[in-house]
Design a protein around this ligand. Structure first.
Ligand SMILES: Nc1ncnc2c1ncn2[C@@H]1O[C@H](COP(=O)(O)OP(=O)(O)OP(=O)(O)O)[C@@H](O)[C@H]1O
Ligand SMILES: [Mg+2]
Length: 276
């Protein structure tokens, strides 16, 4: 496919065992020949049971894990090469949001400093007053009041802290954000609010998402396309409707069986518009 922002081709990741039982080295193949593309402004969902290889795939996309074989291309750049050549440019272009919002924010820093850090390092915004103004804009973008700038992560609810993590990810105006179980630690009502926020932000900024989760019911509310992983392999791929309404793979059917039957009258978020 041409025009894709991110292309993951034939990704394989093997972990060689070692440690205390170094004589019995077992190789774990965490990702087996996985390929998918994400278009600019698209949200791609990766779902699957625990240990199916989702985080490992996300870490490869972020350049944190080297593939054993296969390639990951962002625009025209190989992610591994870009990481070696210009790690700052890679960080500017691909950002991450993780599961535990409070643990992923430095507890010693105010939100103002947390947001100023990527502005200084990745955008070259060195003037503290300019960074504070931009910090206010970023908080506004994630629907948080300005006074949050002077609080520390431990003074925020989980939902507010995750909004700060999203604001920090947006600071460098990335083209892609990898969200790994980004709403899994939040209660159901807060999950829905953050999912709606992510849908709005995508419309407003044109950012793309790789949204990793184990809960198909959550992932399908945000994502245009969904890939289903099982034991390291991508066993099914298609539009959110195809995967949820006419799954081709037995494993996807079992995953759907674990999810409440969708109510067709429930409104769904798609490109910021609600459809029935
Ligand atoms: N650094 C590592 N060294 C050895 N094995 C690893 C390493 N990281 C992951 N694995 C193994 O790779 C497989 C895939 O793990 P991964 O974390 O990618 O799964 P996941 O789909 O994200 O699971 P979860 O839903 O629990 O987060 C698992 O068998 C895991 O034990
Ligand atoms: Mg994981």
């Amino acid at each position: 496919m041409t025009g894709s922002l991110l292309r993951v081709e034939n990704l394989v990741v093997e972990f060689r065992g070692g440690g205390a039982f170094a004589l019995r080295r077992e190789t774990v193949t965490a990702v087996k020949d996985v390929s998918f593309h994400i278009g600019a402004g698209d949200a791609y969902g990766l779902v699957g049971e625990s240990g199916s290889g989702k985080t490992t795939t996300g870490r490869c996309v972020l350049g944190l894990q080297a593939p054993t074989s296969g390639s990951i291309t962002l625009g025209t750049d190989d992610v591994g090469e870009l990481r070696k050549r210009d790690p700052q440019l890679l960080h500017q272009r691909i950002q991450a949001v993780f599961q535990n919002p409070i643990a992923s924010l430095n507890p010693a820093m105010t939100v103002a400093r947390i947001l100023a850090e990527p502005l200084r390092r990745l955008v070259g915004m060195k003037d503290p007053a300019a960074a504070r103004t931009r910090g206010e804009e970023l908080l506004d973008a994630v629907r948080l009041p300005t006074d949050v700038l002077d609080r520390r992560p431990t003074e925020l609810s989980g939902g507010m802290a995750q909004r700060v993590s999203i604001a920090r990810a947006l600071a460098s105006s990335p083209s892609l954000i990898v969200l790994d179980e980004a709403v899994s630690a939040l209660d159901v009502a807060t999950q829905a609010q953050v999912i709606n926020l992510l849908a709005d932000l995508r419309d407003e900024t044109g950012v793309s998402y790789l949204f990793i989760g184990h809960d198909l019911a959550v992932v399908r509310h945000l994502c245009d396309r969904i890939g289903v992983m099982s034991q390291g392999a991508l066993v099914e791929e298609g539009t959110a409707d195809q995967v949820c309404h006419s799954p081709q793979d037995d494993y996807t059917r079992r995953l759907l069986d674990a999810v409440p039957v969708p109510d067709p009258t429930v409104k769904r978020v798609r490109h910021g518009h609600t459809t029935r």
